[in-house]
Design a binder for this molecule. Structure first.
Ligand code: BEZ
Ligand code: FE
Length: 314
């Protein structure tokens, strides 16, 4: 006798659904059935949704076995390229726009009630030097155009917020953070400020430059395969912290950067493009010899939970 043998198999699942796979079209329902008793409701929801979308993706693309192997190899390489000072997994999610999507899903995005959020990025360090308002975050010789920044922080009703801790960090005019560059002093271009009674901080720095994300791992291979450049437009990072208010993590972008329209990690939202005005006449500091710029920006923080992220590096 040929053809299918009919075997009496007891359904494996308490739901009564047999987990014998009849054909391709049955796989998704059987897998979802196997997972549906997970006691953690959020885990149940997330993994079920992931399975539905992953199966739909394989069906839509008619994924071949060679492509499946290539994909698994790629994920394995991401794990192998990740260590205490580099997170290739986050970088992968950054260049797919997934990190920005999750950031905007969870934080203000249109400037109406709070300033739009942007990625923390891999270079935030805790314990950056407390610096008085008006002070400089240039801690070792850093050639470049001088930058004088003045920022105000207010609540959605317009009330200035005093005593907000504001962490600032940026790359140098050669496009490197101090921890990537032996030529810079420890904590160069990093500082922690506190808003005054008018909700204001001010500091001196240098105009930052854009920089490439790391391209020596599998994410670099992906960018090259997609004919994409690896650059982020120049920006300053801000982390604003005040108990009783939702921590604001964002970036302000230099408005004349050539990569503003093509950030490799999709971090630029319109409200975050800064107004970097070229200074005319006498600079605010006597030692400024070349061009100088002034940045003013107003941040809005909403009431909520103040919490600090886990530092990506020490
Ligand atoms: C950054 O802004 O520092 C950054 C964000 C994502 C990937 C690499 C760097
Ligand atoms: Fe950055």
């Amino acid at each position: 006798m040929c053809g299918r043998k009919s075997v009496n198999v007891k359904p494996a699942s308490p739901s009564g659904v047999s987990h014998i796979i009849e054909d391709e079209s049955a796989v998704t329902a059987v897998v979802l059935d196997a997972m549906k008793r997970a006691p953690n409701a959020r885990l149940r929801e997330i993994v079920a949704s992931f399975v539905r979308h992953m199966h739909a993706f394989a069906r839509e693309t008619r994924l071949t076995e060679e492509e499946f192997e290539l994909g698994v190899g790629f994920l394995n390489r991401i794990g192998q390229a990740t260590n205490d000072s580099h997170n290739e997994g986050i970088l992968f999610s950054d260049v797919l726009g997934f990190s920005t999507l999750v950031c905007l899903l969870n934080n203000g995005q249109n400037g109406a009630t709070e300033t739009a959020a942007a990625l923390l990025g891999p270079f935030w360090r805790m314990h950056s030097p407390e610096t008085p308002n008006g002070g400089s975050i240039i801690r070792s010789e850093t050639p470049g155009d001088a930058l004088f920044a003045e920022c105000h922080i207010r609540d959605p009703e317009g009330k200035p917020l005093a005593d907000v801790e504001v962490d600032v960090w940026q790359a140098s005019p050669v496009g490197l953070y101090e921890n990537q560059d032996p030529a810079q002093a420890n904590m160069n271009l990093r500082g922690k400020f506190r808003t005054d009674a008018e909700g204001r901080i001010s500091f001196r720095s240098v105009k930052p430059a854009g920089y490439p994300v790391p391209t020596d791992g599998p994410v670099g291979d992906l960018l090259r395969a997609q004919l994409r450049h690896p650059y982020r437009p120049a920006h300053l990072h801000f982390l604003c912290y005040k108990p009783g208010f939702k921590t604001l993590i964002t970036q302000i972008f230099v408005d004349d950067d050539q990569h503003l329209e093509s950030d490799v990690v999709f971090g630029v939202t319109r409200h975050l493009i800064g107004d970097f005005r070229k200074g005319q006449g006498v600079a605010p500091a006597a030692d400024v010899a070349g061009p100088w710029f002034r940045l003013t920006y107003e941040f809005v923080m909403e009431k909520g939970e103040a919490k600090l992220p886990v530092p990506p590096i020490r």
